[in-house]
Design a protein around this ligand. Structure first.
Ligand SMILES: CC(C)(COP(=O)(O)OP(=O)(O)OC[C@H]1O[C@@H](n2cnc3c(N)ncnc32)[C@H](O)[C@@H]1OP(=O)(O)O)[C@@H](O)C(=O)NCCC(=O)NCCS
Length: 183
């Protein structure tokens, strides 16, 4: 997804090297919120770290291994959504996403996920989207449920965050073209 206007105010766009300072500033100004559920935040210490992330994302895109978009709301970068990994053999995508704390509660990520997943089902032709969310992450849990995902399992001690080990709920969404009873 190079560029997708969700509405006049909200846009998904490929992150470019020139976006590194804005991306770093966004993360740096919101560490307390982001580091609760995102293990990479403490390792992001300078603009060069965000530049490295963007360069890697562009490489992964060129190799069709992963796809990353910045989220712009009213012209300002406010978050990131990405297919962290795509298993092309089994046609499964594993997305992750985050939003600045000032933008929570407005439906921004729900709309971005809808656009991103429609693109994944229709253009990337994946059959399934799988999201892993820490069981205590209430906003994180609400999002897949709002979009029709089914809870398929819970993994104990799935991820080590700054607060310690957390369990993950695993949610799955099948392509709308899947035959009935595919779960
Ligand atoms: C997960 C995360 C993106 C969810 O953010 P969010 O703001 O709750 O999600 P949305 O942007 O979809 O907003 C939903 C809220 O907007 C409201 N809303 C307003 N307009 C809406 C619309 N058009 N569509 C859907 N919801 C809308 C919803 O009712 C909901 O309100 P609530 O907060 O009172 O329940 C955010 O908490 C985050 O970045 N967390 C850190 C990273 C993380 O945990 N990622 C998940 C694991 S990958």
């Amino acid at each position: 997804m190079l560029c997708h206007k969700i509405n006049p105010m909200l846009e998904l766009r490929l992150l470019q090297p020139a976006d590194a300072p804005a991306l770093y500033a966004l993360i740096d100004s919101d560490r307390a919120h982001l580091r609760v559920w995102l293990p990479w935040v403490d390792d992001t210490r300078k603009v060069a770290d965000s530049a490295k992330f963007i360069a890697k994302a562009l490489r992964e895109r060129a190799e069709t291994r992963a796809f990353t978009s910045g989220i712009w709301s009213m012209g300002r970068l406010v978050g990131v959504i990405r297919h962290n990994r795509i298993d092309w053999v089994s046609k499964v995508s594993f997305p992750t996403y985050w939003l600045a704390s000032s933008e929570l509660g407005k439906g921004i990520m729900t709309q971005c996920c809808q656009a991103f997943y429609t693109h994944a089902f229709e253009l990337l032709q994946v059959n399934r989207i799988v999201v892993a969310v820490a069981t205590e992450n209430k906003r994180g849990q609400a999002l897949p449920l709002r979009l029709g995902f089914k809870l398929v399992s819970t993994l104990k001690k799935a991820e080590r965050l700054q607060s310690g080990w957390v369990d993950h709920n695993i949610y799955s969404l099948l392509t709308p073209h899947a035959p009935p009873g595919s779960f």
